[in-house]
Design a protein around this ligand. Structure first.
Ligand SMILES: Nc1ncnc2c1ncn2[C@@H]1O[C@H](COP(=O)(O)OP(=O)(O)OP(=O)(O)O)[C@@H](O)[C@H]1O
Ligand SMILES: [Mg+2]
Length: 262
């Protein structure tokens, strides 16, 4: 760790972007990972590393980097806290959301440990490394892509019926492992209330906001299947299926909103 980094960490004054080496050094110190093999994902906000932990488990370590403006927009009231506190909050949020979904038996990686701006989770893959994302498969690979589309829609159904929306559902966040889908990347995931009026302190988002997020998720995945596999699905029919009995409540809230706007 260099001096500039520690200064920044203590004071939160200057913006500084962590390198994978720095994040790894800290994760090793905190017993999240014992040995790192390879960086497997390097995005704008986080990087993911494949390695092994103290218990000899194959893991994926996700570390958040310094915040950017998009981060700040996402979480309210963070403008006064240091960048370090923001990324720490992201790692903690994603760790616990993934844990909730894992405990609800959805096909997501099992989260192992969280510390500061990193968390470790089960590697979706094998001893040879991580399994590929849906976006990395050529269309010729699939004999019957409609089966895969059904699996994706069923995931959206299952998560919605448990009152969660993913928020960034697409071929970029779906790993294909042993012919099954495993979904990742839960920073934007939200739990919703079955109505729009919620208490100020509630961690739940209003129902119709969740519905808008669901519409985006459905649109993203149907666009992928249309573009890559020439599969057509009626977006409204898919939404009706996913929302099931909750659809009535959504319609009631939407009607109420419509009336209020007059
Ligand atoms: N548990 C896991 N097992 C295997 N690979 C994983 C796992 N978690 C993440 N990855 C890999 O790391 C990449 C980045 O992970 P993730 O989508 O959670 O982060 P991100 O912030 O969206 O990064 P990016 O901007 O690169 O998408 C994934 O696209 C995937 O290839
Ligand atoms: Mg991602």
């Amino acid at each position: 760790m260099n001096e500039k980094y520690w200064m920044w960490r203590e004071t939160g004054v200057s913006a500084y972007e962590l390198t994978p080496q720095e994040a790894l050094a800290e994760a090793i110190e905190n017993n999240l990972i014992r040995e790192a093999f390879q960086v497997i994902g390097q995005g704008k906000e986080a990087f993911v590393c494949w390695g092994i932990d103290e218990e000899e488990r194959q893991i994926a370590l996700k570390s958040y980097k310094i915040y950017r403006t998009t981060h700040r927009q996402r979480i309210n009231n963070t403008s006064r806290i240091s960048p370090y506190q923001v990324i720490k909050q992201f790692a903690k949020l994603e760790f616990y959301k993934t844990l909730d979904l894992f405990e609800l038996k959805l096909p997501v990686p099992q989260p192992y440990k969280w510390h500061d701006f990193s968390f470790s989770m089960e590697l979706i893959g094998d001893n040879a490394g991580p399994s590929p994302l849906l976006k990395d498969f050529s269309k010729e690979y699939f004999d019957d892509p409609s089966e895969l589309m059904e699996k994706c829609i069923d995931f959206l159904y299952d998560i919605f019926q448990l009152h969660y929306v993913h928020g960034d559902f697409s071929e970029h966040n779906i790993i294909l492992h042993n012919e099954e889908i495993v979904v990742i990347d839960f920073l934007q995931t939200k739990k919703f209330a079955l109505k729009d009026s919620i208490d100020g302190g509630s961690k739940l988002i209003p129902l119709t906001r969740a519905y808008r997020i669901l519409q985006r998720d459905v649109n993203a995945i149907l666009t992928y299947f249309k573009r890559c596999h020439r599969l057509q699905a009626d977006q409204n029919e898919v939404l009706d299926y996913i929302t099931g009995d909750i659809k009535n409540k959504i319609e009631k809230e939407l009607e109420l909103k419509h009336e209020m706007s007059y």
